[in-house]
Design a protein around this ligand. Structure first.
Ligand SMILES: *Cc1c(COP(=O)(O)O)cnc(C)c1O
Length: 383
């Protein structure tokens, strides 16, 4: 007989043997670029605009707690649909230039709820091979046939559409707007053109585009296109928590009736919605702030002679998990927090340092990080 504890211990030991064990590390955020208990500057946060520790968001959240209490108490379809939701959804729709928006409990919940609400058995999902884990989960959960196209390869996408589209009732193409672990952007105009030529819909995950690209409005505005569904998160540049989908009114109405992660989950606390509203207002009103993360990434790339980044995410691919862990530890000893990203978050053999830049970094911090990297990783290359 194997007890569950024996089984769990054996699995954990096997992960540790190949440098793939993960442990939760306690972090208290002190300000936008320091974590409490560490003098190191944080270069791995997704808090692109420093809003997660912004006083304005904290203040409206505290006010909302005093006025409305700490919890929603029920699903949005029961009694959990606080009036703040309506304000937030109107603001997201306006920022994205869409008819409507729908807020979910998190970005993860938005993807696993939305995709199965739009496609199912008999349908086809074509997804970029580097799409985020929660898009993949949503695709698998939908029951549709799932086929992956090579990363950012529209020729491959077109081939797959020619091969598989006719056999399916509906087809949904999935991609990230800005790829979370690689920092490159999807060629949305050509993806949309390929999809339209085959009567397919397009959904983007813009978790890393909002607040950063297209004057803060995200990757679709950056390209001047309108995917059928634009999903995103309120937990990165917006500095709060939650996920959203921006689309037509018809699509949002369908999701309210079909997305299980919306219907069968409790609404967000009013505090969180209030903070999201404040974050969206800041993004909508401060294009100069939204331009800073990418400017910092470009400075870093110039310092190291790397190709010009198209987002604030700059990966330094090291290959093995051991090398990525060792580099991360050496950087921390020099005062920089850059966590190692290992499989299965990234493909085997592509463990990396993923450096992210935010509006809270000073230019001098970026130059010092580049110097430390140069000393540490003379041979570091990008994929
Ligand atoms: C972070 C992330 C999500 C999940 O969003 P949460 O709000 O954190 O659940 C989804 N997609 C991508 C690409 C992400 O980076």
């Amino acid at each position: 007989m194997t007890t569950l504890d024996d089984y769990a211990r054996r699995k954990v030991r096997a992960l540790d043997d190949v440098s793939l064990l993960r442990r939760l590390r306690t972090i208290d955020t002190e300000d936008a670029h320091h974590v409490r208990g560490s003098a190191a500057i944080n270069f791995c946060s997704n808090d692109y605009l420093g809003l997660a520790s912004d006083r304005r968001l904290a203040t409206v959240a505290a006010d909302a707690a005093r006025t409305h209490g700490a919890g929603a108490g029920a699903s949005r379809l029961v009694t959990g649909n606080h009036s703040l939701y309506d304000i937030l959804e109107r603001k997201i729709a306006a920022l994205k230039g869409c008819e409507a928006a729908l807020v979910f409990g998190s970005g993860y919940l938005a993807n696993v709820g939305t995709i199965p609400a739009l496609v199912g058995a008999g349908d086809l999902v074509l997804a970029d091979t580097l799409s985020h884990a929660c898009m993949m989960s949503g695709a698998r959960l939908s029951g549709a046939r799932v086929v992956l196209f090579r990363h950012n390869d529209v020729t491959h996408l077109s081939e797959l559409l020619s091969e598989y589209r006719a056999g399916a009732r509906h087809c949904l193409v999935l991609t990230e707007g800005v790829f979370s672990m690689d920092g490159d952007v999807a060629p949305l105009p050509s993806i949309l053109a390929a999809a339209r030529a085959h009567d397919a819909w397009v959904m983007t995950d813009d978790a890393h585009g909002l607040g950063v690209l297209g004057r803060g409005r995200g990757s679709a505005v950056h390209w001047g296109v309108t995917p059928d569904v634009q999903m995103g998160t309120l937990s990165k540049a917006v500095g709060s928590y939650g996920g959203y989908v921006a689309a037509s009114r018809a699509v949002v109405d369908l999701l309210v009736n079909r997305a299980r992660s919306l219907i069968y989950a409790t609404g967000l606390p009013p505090t969180v919605i209030a903070a999201s509203i404040a974050g969206i207002d800041i993004i909508a009103g401060d294009a100069a702030l939204c331009a800073l993360p990418l400017a910092r990434a470009r400075l870093f790339a110039t310092e190291l002679g790397l190709p010009e980044p198209s987002s604030p995410i700059v990966p330094l691919i090291l290959g093995s998990s051991e090398a990525a862990l060792a580099a991360s530890q050496a950087l921390e000893a020099r005062g920089f927090l850059v966590t190692a990203i290992r499989p299965p978050t990234v493909p085997d053999g592509s463990a990396r340092l993923r450096v992210t830049f935010t509006a809270a970094h000073r230019e001098a911090d970026v130059v010092r990080l580049a110097e430390a990297m140069r000393g540490l990783l003379p041979e570091a290359g990008r994929r």
